[in-house]
Write a protein that binds this ligand. Structure first.
Ligand code: HEM
Length: 508
């Protein structure tokens, strides 16, 4: 036998044969477990790469099988081992009881560098400044009046004309895109006092509005890929990182001119968010060119908070309603019984309702909560303890360990929500006396938990109820046949391919 043949034979015995046997074994034996194999050298990386197109469902399978907490192992050189948890006791511990040990930390800031010094990245004093100033804006006596008028104005001048066109032509369209435009225009009006009018009859391309879609997937990959890899991609401007830098430019081109205009034309408005932040920042740091960047970071973070969350919730809500006709009928009946003027009172049937009225829509509230439970727009959170810690689940975390808290999985655990946890049941949220049933935030963490609980929760419910009631009352929604609706792998749980629907008018 020639030397080359011997060499080939050895290669076959040592490498090819074991791989072949492994392949046959993996394909013939049904997978009994979702838990990833911890391979020598590569750790659990193969399983993560194999499932990275369905990361939220995959994490949920792992967490369900492992009782709510699981340690993911990666090659040592990458230094990216992470503890996954969806355990309510751990959530309570991390976000509330031991809050001071779990700041966002430098890793979070690296991933979300696009948000600079905005509230999502801030810790300690800077976070307090943000929280205080944003709260005083949202709690201002004029705020809800402003919210009501801006939502209804957008409904009448943007949403209804667009939906009427689609329904008259029986044309299919992407509902998610419509909700994103609505939420973008609304948050810009509230935060910047500027309406970019991305939601109007011709559905214009507004670069800064579309830029959000280019960021959220890249941000998820930054959580999951070794830092050296995404940094290399960023440097080369390729893949998701390229989209992220393009989005960054689009945001800056949109926001800076508005900040500059606002500075040159100050308004005497009592509740001007930019002016309040400028004042708070300069009281602490003095006046400098940094204020402009700080305002840009503040505004972009609030735009993120307002645009992607409510629009994602509404997308899943309408998908769930369209696939649960019984719930649609209940919502419609509630709108008619709680909001409409009675015919014998001689009034119009449909009327624009106010914040107080929105609280009467208990079933609709439950349906929105169900949507948030099954599809929380912010599907995971990243935490890093300052000091080593023992979690209530019994797991130990080193200081600066990467803890990924999976809100999506918490909403889908039988141990938390019972046997029917995967079913859409708005009645789950209605108490015996007919009011709204409150669930603790560690069990229902869609709005986060503890001191960093979402500041826009009330406002989001009001806005979403106004939109949902308007749409359910005026249109019957049908899903486009064959269109697959599934979560996108992204830090925000968008629907991957949007939500394709057709509408027909009702109550005309
Ligand atoms: C369905 C709608 C919404 C959901 C599910 C939601 C969810 C969340 C979550 C999970 C967080 C924590 C994020 C983190 O710490 O990384 C958060 C924080 C926040 N949200 Fe919301 N949000 C919604 C709507 C809004 C709206 C409309 C606003 C208005 C501007 C808003 C303002 C904020 C702010 C300012 C924070 C930061 C709180 C802090 O760090 O102290 N949210 N939200």
């Amino acid at each position: 036998m020639a030397i080359s043949e011997i060499f080939l034979f050895i290669i076959i015995i040592i490498i090819v044969l074991p791989m072949l046997l492994l392949y046959v074994w993996r394909t013939k034996t049904p997978a009994k477990t979702s838990l990833p194999t911890n391979w020598p050298l590569v750790g659990m990386l193969p399983a993560i790469l194999q499932n990275c197109h369905r990361i939220q469902p995959y994490f949920t399978e792992i967490l369900t099988e492992s009782g709510g907490t699981f340690q993911l192992k990666f090659p040592r050189v990458f230094n990216m081992d992470m503890l996954l948890t969806s355990h309510p006791a751990n959530i309570h511990h991390i976000f509330s009881r031991n809050f001071s040990n779990y700041p966002k930390g430098p890793e979070f800031r690296k991933v979300f560098e696009i948000l600079g010094d905005g509230i999502f990245n801030a810790d300690f004093e800077l976070w307090e400044l943000h929280r205080r100033t944003t709260l005083s804006f949202l709690n201002h006596s004029e705020f809800y009046g402003l919210l009501e008028s801006s939502v209804w104005e957008k409904v009448e001048t943007g949403l209804l004309p667009v939906l009427d066109d689609f329904s008259e032509n029986r044309a299919s369209f992407d509902f998610q895109d419509v909700f994103q435009r609505f939420a973008f225009d609304s948050i810009c009006r509230l935060v910047l006092d500027h309406d970019p009018r991305s939601l109007c009859r011709d559905l214009p391309y507004v670069a800064s509005e579309k830029a959000f879609n280019g960021t959220t997937q890249a941000l998820l990959y930054r959580h999951l890929l070794p830092e050296s890899i995404w940094k290399l991609q960023r440097w080369l401007r390729v893949g998701e990182e390229r989209k992220l830098s393009q989005a960054w430019e689009a945001f800056d081109e949109f926001i800076y001119p508005i900040i500059d205009f606002n500075e040159k034309n100050p308004k005497s408005d009592h509740n001007n968010l930019l002016a309040s932040f400028r004042k708070a920042y300069e009281e602490k740091n003095g006046s400098s060119s940094l204020t402009r960047d700080f305002l840009r970071d503040t505004v972009l973070s609030l735009m993120f908070a307002g645009r992607d969350t409510t629009s994602t919730c509404l997308t899943w809500f309408f998908w769930l309603v369209a696939t649960n006709p019984k719930a649609e009928i209940e919502i419609l009946e509630e709108i008619e019984s709680k909001l409409m003027r009675q015919k014998d009172e001689g009034g119009e049937k449909w009327r624009l309702f106010n914040v107080e009225d929105s609280h009467k829509l208990v079933y609709l509230h439950g349906a929105l909560c169900e949507s948030l439970r099954l599809f929380p727009p912010v599907a995971l959170e990243h935490k890093a303890p300052i000091q080593p810690d023992n979690l209530p689940s019994g797991d130990y975390v080193k200081s600066n360990a990467k803890v990924i808290v999976c809100f999506y999985s918490t909403g889908r655990m039988e141990s938390v929500w019972g046997k029917d946890c995967l079913e859409f049941k708005p009645e789950r949220w209605i108490s015996a006396s007919g009011g709204i049933k409150h669930e603790p935030s560690y069990k229902f963490p869609a709005f986060n938990a503890g001191p960093r609980t979402c500041l826009g929760k009330q406002m989001a419910f009001v806005q979403m109820k106004m939109l949902a009631a308007t749409i359910v009352y005026h249109y019957k929604i049908e899903l486009v046949e064959g269109h697959v609706v599934a979560p996108r792998d992204s830090v925000i749980l968008h629907a991957k391919n949007g939500l394709k629907v057709t509408l027909s008018k009702r109550n005309v």
